[in-house]
Design a protein around this ligand. Sequence first.
Ligand code: ARG
Length: 465
Amino acid sequence: MAKLWGGRFSKETAKLVEEFTASIHFDKRLYKQDIAGSIAHVRMLAKQGIIKSEEAERIIQGLKEIKEEIEKGEFVFTAADEDIHMAIERRLHEKIGKVAAKLHTARSRNDQIVLDMRLYLKEEIRAIMQAIKELMQSLLAVAEEHIETILPGYTHLQRAQPVSLAHHLLAYVQMLKRDRERFADCYKRVDVMPLGSAALAGTTFPIDRHYVAKILGFSKVSENSMDTVSDRDFILEFLSVSAILAVHLSRMAEELILWSSQEFDFIEIDDAFCTGSSIMPQKKNPDVAELIRGKTGRVLGNLIALLIVLKGLPLSYNRDLQEDKEPLFDTIDTIKPSLTILAQLWQNIKIKGQNMLRATQKGYLLATDLADYLVTKGLPFRQAHRVVGEMVRYCQEKGKELEQLSLNEMQSFSPLMEEDAKKILDVKAAVARRNSFGGTSFEEVKRQIAKIKAELTEELLKQPE
Ligand code: ARG
């Protein structure tokens, strides 16, 4: 097939080269953005008198029809089209004839592709931020139900101190809140209109870039044409922010896996979110969580892949930049369903509060509380720490828990121990006592929930006009 750029060529492109260089099989997902960008461009060309209004009308009509053809599945994509820009332009020629050739005035595919990517990413960032919000809401709903559900808090994966389950879940809500803010911040640098940079140096035509920005809802216009066609920082930034999010989801997934194991037995993931084993009839596996953890690998890899594509590129456009798309699309296709599925998983989770509580009763989780008690009686903390450490060793030898010690036994470690020391050794009271700002007390947890709920109603992004 004759190429739209074929004038200076005397031979046809080799079939293998055509296939090797084509991006149509993945960039066709940008068709909506490509058409919206072309329509805005043509309107601007007509307003500036660069093409005639009737010509613009015919082109716009043709583009609208092509959009419908694609959406109805009637459009035939071929590798000979190379990319989405060429595919649409080729079809436009078929439909409206010679006037189609005026569409590409004062424009290059180099600025066109950046426009498509930016328009596409703006939409995706909005969708991802909404999905993050929904996961936060799911976690908040479980947290609100379980303010007084107590489980061991861990350090080094060893039982450390008792905490409210809500407090534990709110830790993830905080991570997600930061993720949402990072996406909103990334959005600002995506929201820049690149068209009109042309191949690399701008154009000789009297274009109005700000008008195009206005039609397409961009808040800024890019400043330097060479930077514009070669810059992929906005994608790098998106991939970095996504990588951090994926790491958070992976950590959450890891806890879901641990907690649903027989060793912990803190939760039961709903049947709808688990799968079985083909050989062991008794098995119910947390595959969804495992895959979310596993897919983090590709999300991190996608960031590294693009960093490496960019690191040796001279200005300005180089075809290497076409390699930005698959990592980007893959990251989006991974994190979006991960967020949605986790939100649903938490909505359907069974919390085994009794098992959580039971786990706090073994492992001397209140040792710090007992040391703090001795401090209130005047003992310096380091000494108190030592005394309680000796009590723990004694308990281990006798096979007892701290709360099983008699007052006499306690006093044999320190004369400062009095009757009220026994009252310290209550898990619920221990949680309630940690009332420092950001601590796990029930009161503090309620404050945290109210605060984050109020923050969630704030719009982080301007709604497009
Ligand atoms: N498909 C290319 C990309 O994704 C855009 C087209 C620019 N191609 C060119 N030969 N100038 O970056």
